[in-house]
Design a protein around this ligand. Structure first.
Ligand code: FDM
Length: 209
């Protein structure tokens, strides 16, 4: 069984308003058109019991939760789905993730918590075969912040600084999205994804360390 082709785990990360959701949706559609088995998983998954707590925390700024507790909930939300993700990959399904451990770490570390502490609870989760970070050099040009807890420009700047600490991470690719059309970004995403899905992946699923 270990020699059988498995699905690829592909992550699209980025700041708010960087186009993650548009790009993950388009990528899934493209893969489906090419006849590939593919599924989209968005974190936080707000539909699980833990996800509903996270949703309440994000939409209601009077919802009281320590930064540590909030962080652990986001991580627990990933662990809830970890076994299912592994199973699906092993059955040959490609999984596209919209946010994952790097968002988890960057958003909490931006509040001033210890970076390594932030990483610890995610150690052992399946590690993406490809990480695409949609970078916004200047988020001045993009309007449309909502009013969830983290949708404040000054905080987004801090989050970006934390994301930058991952730029040398293995499998990490950054796409600058400023002044680019959706189609131009989509094309760059596809150039990274294509080589992966074009051949059979047989290496074991790596774990986040
Ligand atoms: N977020 C997301 C975190 O703070 N930690 C996490 O582990 C994850 C996955 O939740 F502000 C933040 C990032 C964002 C918010 O995300 C909700 P979406 O993508 O806007 O739903």
């Amino acid at each position: 069984k270990s020699n059988m082709a498995r699905g690829n785990l592909i992550l699209i990360e980025g700041l708010d308003r960087s186009g993650k959701t548009t790009q993950t949706t388009r990528l899934v559609e493209t893969l489906q058109r090419k006849g590939k088995e593919v599924e989209l998983i968005k974190f936080p998954d707000r539909t699980t019991p833990i996800g509903r707590l996270i949703n309440a925390y994000l939409v209601d700024k009077s919802f009281q939760l320590s930064d540590q507790s909030a962080h652990l909930l986001f991580s627990a939300n990933r662990w809830e789905l970890a076994e299912q993700i592994k199973q699906k990959l092993e059955n040959g399904t490609n999984i596209i993730l919209d946010r994952y451990v790097y968002s988890g770490i960057a958003y909490t570390a931006a509040k001033g918590l210890d970076f390594q502490w932030c990483k610890n609870c995610d150690i052992g989760l399946p590690k993406p075969d490809l990480i695409i970070f949609l970078n916004l050099i200047n988020n001045e040009t993009r309007s449309g912040f909502g009013d969830e807890r983290y949708e404040i420009k000054s905080f987004q700047e801090k989050v970006k600084t934390q994301f930058e600490l991952f730029f040398n991470e293995q499998n990490w690719h950054t796409i600058v999205v400023d002044h680019q059309t959706i189609e131009q970004v989509e094309d760059k995403v596809w150039k990274l994804v294509f080589p992966l899905v074009d051949h059979e992946t047989t290496t074991p699923i790596d774990l986040f360390k």
